[in-house]
Design a protein around this ligand. Sequence first.
Ligand code: FES
Ligand code: FE2
Length: 460
Amino acid sequence: MTTTQPVRPGEWFDTGMGLDDIDAGQFRMDITTDRYTDPEYVRRERDSIWLRVWQVAGRESELPEVGDWKEYQLLDQSFILIRGKDRQIRGFVNACRHRGNTLCHGKGNSKRGILCQYHLWSYDLEGKLKGVLRQEENDLTALDKQGLGLLPISAECFAGFIFLNPNPDAEPLAEYLGEVMDLLSPYHLDEMDIVLDVREALDCNWKVVMDAFEEGYHISGIHPELLQVVMVDPSTTRYRFFDKHSVSCAPFEVAGIKYGLEEQLEGIMKLPETFPSVTASLPRFQELIGGYRDETGELKLPDGTTPRTVLQTATRETLTGMGFDVSGLTDAQMSDNHGWVLFPNFFMTVRAGEATVILAQPHESGDPHKCYWHIISVMWLPDEYKDALRTDHIEVEEPGSFKYFLALQQDYEQMPRQQRGLRNNRLDHMSLVKEEVVIAHYHSVVDRYLSGATTSEDRQ
Ligand code: FES
Ligand SMILES: [Fe+2]
């Protein structure tokens, strides 16, 4: 029977490069350590990367109403994002055009526009200067006012995320993300709700955070419990590199590698500790597995059926049954998490129905040994669960006071330890192994930005 199924973007996985296909020699595998410790490097990154790239500044759902605004702080720069009357989100420099006072702090709503507290100049939601105190007496004509609107920056939305670029003449977001948009669209991330939103200052450089999520090489060392479900096997792991971004995946399949069937099932049953939305699919998973047990209870799976493929069937049926459209996703995307790196600071692990994003942000002090990580987990929820699972933003003030889910907690504890090691003067570079090729690609993009050589042509 020939299939009429249209090609699903997730099928890239079948033709993606395995570790053996990758020529790691195209990237530098020795990464200099000054990029994690040198304050001069922070200044160069600020000018050459941060002020010139698209970066995620939050979720669209944070600004649901006309007039909702939020501040986005980036090193010593501050921006505001505001939802206008036309429902479009716009971005501006967070400074009054009169004498520069900061306009917004935190989050809020100002339906009628933004009012500067200092001398009461006011701006409409599109950033136009609206009112000037004693305008006539101060010789400020309508013509003068036209040039004194808020300074715009670039802002666009994709997948429910608000992207911002401090450069007002930035290339469109679609150009920056390129093919990434087509590959992520079938997940319908814009229809998902925030179920975890935590930000905390860490004692490490922001790139230490990025590096930590760009390889699975550390699973054996600090996440041994995950070995029951995922094993970085060079023959099944897939990679794809774009001009600035990348995606990789190690299938949730340990069959025949180390564990027996029952241990794999156990591993799947424990998945919700790290991937909570799997919970919804487990009853159907158990039902399907039950159908494969003989009268003695022994599990006999037909050829080609594994715990992973059963999880895929259960997930597709469950999500579809709840009303979520997963028709654009492949079977592998029902079970496997894909790890996306969007330059410069966005890592996302995503599978059907849920995603966790880690945003690494430099610290406003400019201290290279400090940064923030901002964790945003989103999940597709049927309407009846939305209120119960809605969560507020948590800003962790007391280090260690927030307990992350297990795998994240383990990463959280590791990162400051790495930074302490990187501070040693004698250690001038790190030495990557091939399994860490995503880190090598990532730093090659950092280097291109710092040298001013960035192009938008794809590297497939
Ligand atoms: S600084 Fe804003 S009105 Fe004067
Ligand atoms: Fe980790």
